[in-house]
Design a protein. Structure first.
Length: 383
């Protein structure tokens, strides 16, 4: 009926296969005030005269004065059956050893120092370290409780990954990076702890659309402050829709591997008769053909003093000469060129927008020369 699975954030996911199970679990949550411990650890404690505490676990295995290893967030339950002459105390890591000293009593332990009662220690929020247990009357009845961290703190922000909503502080929450296990570049590091999830040499911070003024892979500029949830303070975290996909191919840029863009073809200058059709061809490529190349043909009509994307030029000059097509492809076609276009120059501008760490590339320019016909061959162009 129940199937518990623990994710890296430390919460139990409970899959319920029928209505009664769901109802039971709802009532359980209400009764427990919605507290779910990472692990419940229970021992029954007895004593061997005045020599040892004996711990018996849920499987019936007994050990004398053992070292108990727990994880911060666990709950330790001890059923104390050692007798009234053996008050059982849990002491903090400052305890120097020797006889019991109340100065070192660990706070937050229910029935600490009790006998013939159940002692409970909720380790939620307890600092990792070595703690001690001891009999108040017999100091040789003692042992240690080692509390380990909930897990790593990958980004060093003071919030363990298990509770951290952004394990690498790149401005992309772990959920949006694919959750616990997604490793896009298969480098052995899940996206949530990988500052370059697609392994293209451009950080996730930059490719998501943030600024990283000190180029440390953390959103913003240091020194940093963090929230209790492990988010970088003073940063407005992007939603999934807000994260950049600048080439519009439905793959977020930080998950799309890019590579260096280079020019492969320059357009060639042409000299044509007025009203002819001309074609200019340019081109570029990326290493291993990664990423999407966007093209924009550009024009200058003032001998290179200013360049404009042809799409902008035609929009701003509705009476422009010539008919353009392919202005965002690698091949530009101009139909019905006129003498007014004599000396116009063209070049191809290329970019890989999903790979922000690359430089955009522009081809050399080509010149359009236009002449009028001279049907009578008198050396004077016909009007």
């Amino acid at each position: 009926m129940f199937n518990f699975v623990k994710n890296h954030k430390g919460y139990f996911i409970l899959f319920l296969d029928n209505f009664l199970s769901k109802l039971f679990f709802l009532l359980f949550l209400i009764a427990s005030n919605f507290t779910v411990f990472a692990t419940d650890v229970t021992y029954t404690i007895t004593a061997i005269n005045t020599e040892n505490f004996t711990f018996e676990n849920s499987l019936g295995v007994t050990t004398n004065d053992p070292t108990i290893t727990l994880v911060a967030g666990d709950k330790l339950t001890l059923v104390l059956n050692a007798g009234t002459s053996h008050p059982f105390w849990i002491l903090n890591p400052s305890f120097p050893g020797g006889s019991y000293n109340s100065t070192y009593n660990q706070a937050g332990v229910v029935n600490n120092g009790g006998t013939e009662i159940t002692l409970v220690w909720d380790l939620t929020g307890v600092a990792p370290g070595t703690y001690f247990y001891i009999c108040e009357n017999h100091p040789n009845m003692t042992g240690t409780i080692v509390v380990t961290p909930l897990g790593p703190d990958t980004d060093g922000d003071g919030v363990y990954d298990v509770d951290d909503l952004d394990d690498d502080n790149d401005g992309i929450t772990d959920v949006l990076e694919g959750g616990d296990d997604l490793d896009t570049d298969l480098d052995g590091k899940e996206n949530r702890i990988d500052s370059d999830s697609d392994d293209d040499g451009c950080s996730d911070v930059v490719e998501a659309g943030y600024t990283d003024g000190d180029s440390d892979g953390i959103v913003g500029v240091g020194p940093y402050e963090y929230t209790a949830e492990g988010l970088v303070k003073n940063v407005t975290y992007k939603t999934f829709d807000d994260i950049d996909d600048l080439d519009g191919n439905s793959t977020k840029d930080f998950l799309e591997k890019g590579s260096t863009l280079s020019k492969t073809t320059d357009p060639t200058s042409v000299s044509v008769l007025q009203y002819s059709k001309v074609t200019f061809i340019g081109g570029g490529s990326t290493v291993d053909n990664l990423g999407t190349i966007l093209y924009n043909w550009q024009i200058t009509s003032d001998d290179g003093a200013s360049w404009y994307n042809i799409s902008k030029y035609t929009e701003d000059n509705p009476s422009h000469p010539g008919t353009y097509s392919g202005v965002t492809n690698d091949t530009l076609t101009i139909d019905s060129v006129t003498i007014a276009m004599e000396g116009f120059r063209y070049r191809l501008y290329m970019e890989t927008p999903a790979f922000k760490c690359d430089k955009d590339v522009t081809t050399n320019d080509a010149t359009l020369s236009v002449f009028k016909p001279d049907f009578d061959s008198d050396g004077i162009p016909d009007d």
